[in-house]
Design a protein around this ligand. Structure first.
Ligand SMILES: Nc1ncnc2c1ncn2[C@@H]1O[C@H](COP(=O)(O)OP(=O)(O)OP(=O)(O)O)[C@@H](O)[C@H]1O
Ligand SMILES: [Mg+2]
Length: 325
């Protein structure tokens, strides 16, 4: 154990905001532990100090930061990195298998191309709000250690005829240049918002150019489109995707998994999971996960690490009541 004087020195440097001094005290603690014959502990400390000294981006094992989208592209796509993995999601076995297959095919692309085969790259996700579509795109980017480029549909859809297609081209050109996960979220907005303006001709033009770009695209990037309203989409569009994946409402076993995962940092002894999970019927994955967070908040603010059955069932009932309004 580090002596109290080390702890005091650590706190002093922390308060002074002196990072270098902080790490240097940590190294002294490592040396102290090594002298005591605590080799593993000493190594752990040294490794942590080394990690802390790395520049921030490489610390999370992120790809070298590429230039952020510039010029007109900056308004069309927003870039982010994600540490989310598929293991953070609770998924039905078949769905998880399909998502893992995308990851494997992407990772093993070189082996497939050697035989003239293509990895799955163009994916359509269909599901109601809060069913995990955005989280899937984030998790795929995290698994593949690629940047997630979310296409900002609002700026893509312009008031001027013909311009939307030009902007789409910019996005598809970027896919060739920078490999990444390109996420067209709320994809149906292309259709519905145009319909509000009674501009049917332009909707058709935009969808057609998307189809064409999608068909011609042979970049290395992963293209993911997500929609809540598949009925708004032209059936021709579905055929252009390598995979069309449906997200269902969670059954009690998925609900139980999400609740347990969200509350894994808390004491949940004696929780009647099966019973609780059944009460979530009608709630989406997002609402279930939010109910778990609400229950955890009650415990935290009550100074407990134990989340009780009452916390959780109260939070679920509250979510259900607000879902009905
Ligand atoms: N399969 C899942 N496992 C664990 N948590 C999930 C899962 N699906 C969704 N969640 C939780 O719900 C939140 C919202 O999900 P997400 O944003 O992916 O839904 P969405 O389908 O994109 O919804 P929308 O159509 O409204 O955009 C996630 O951030 C996560 O906390
Ligand atoms: Mg979403």
């Amino acid at each position: 154990m580090a002596a109290s004087k080390h702890l005091i020195a650590l706190l002093r440097s922390h308060i002074a905001g002196d990072n270098e001094q902080f790490l240097s005290v940590a190294m002294q603690v490592a040396a102290h532990e090594a002298r005591q014959g605590h080799g593993i502990l000493a190594k752990q400390l040294r490794d942590l100090v080394d990690e802390a000294r790395l520049p921030k981006v490489s610390r999370a094992n992120r790809p070298v930061p590429f230039a952020q989208p510039k010029g007109e592209l900056a308004a069309l796509i927003s870039a982010s990195y994600s540490d989310t993995r598929l293991a953070n999601m609770v998924l039905p076995t078949a769905l998880e298998g399909r998502l893992r297959r995308i990851v494997t095919e992407q990772r093993q692309q070189h082996r497939l191309t050697k035989h003239g085969l293509h990895s799955r790259r163009k994916i359509l996700l269909i599901g109601s709000p809060g069913s995990g579509k955005t989280m899937t795109a984030t998790a795929l980017a995290g698994e593949l250690k690629l940047a997630l480029f979310t296409v900002v549909l609002d700026s893509l859809i312009t008031r001027f005829m013909g311009e939307t297609a030009t902007k789409l081209r910019l996005v598809f050109d970027a896919m060739l240049e920078t490999r990444g996960v390109y996420f067209f979220d709320e994809f149906d907005a292309i259709g519905s918002r145009r319909a509000e303006r009674n501009d049917v001709g332009e909707i058709r033009r935009v969808l057609n150019s998307f189809l064409q770009f999608l068909e011609n695209d042979d970049s290395d990037s992963l293209i993911i489109a997500a929609t809540n309203h598949p009925d708004l989409l032209d059936p021709a569009l579905f055929r252009r995707f390598d995979d069309v994946i449906h997200y269902d409402m969670p059954d009690p076993s998925i609900a139980e998994g999400i609740l347990k995962k969200r509350l894994s940092g808390f004491d949940v002894k004696g929780m009647h999971w099966k019973h609780i999970a059944e009460t979530t019927c009608g709630l989406s994955q997002a609402e279930i996960s939010r109910a778990a967070d609400e229950a955890a908040k009650r415990a935290v603010l009550d100074d407990r690490i134990r989340v009780t059955r009452g916390d959780l069932s109260g939070a679920i009932a509250e979510r259900k009541a607000s879902a009905q309004h």
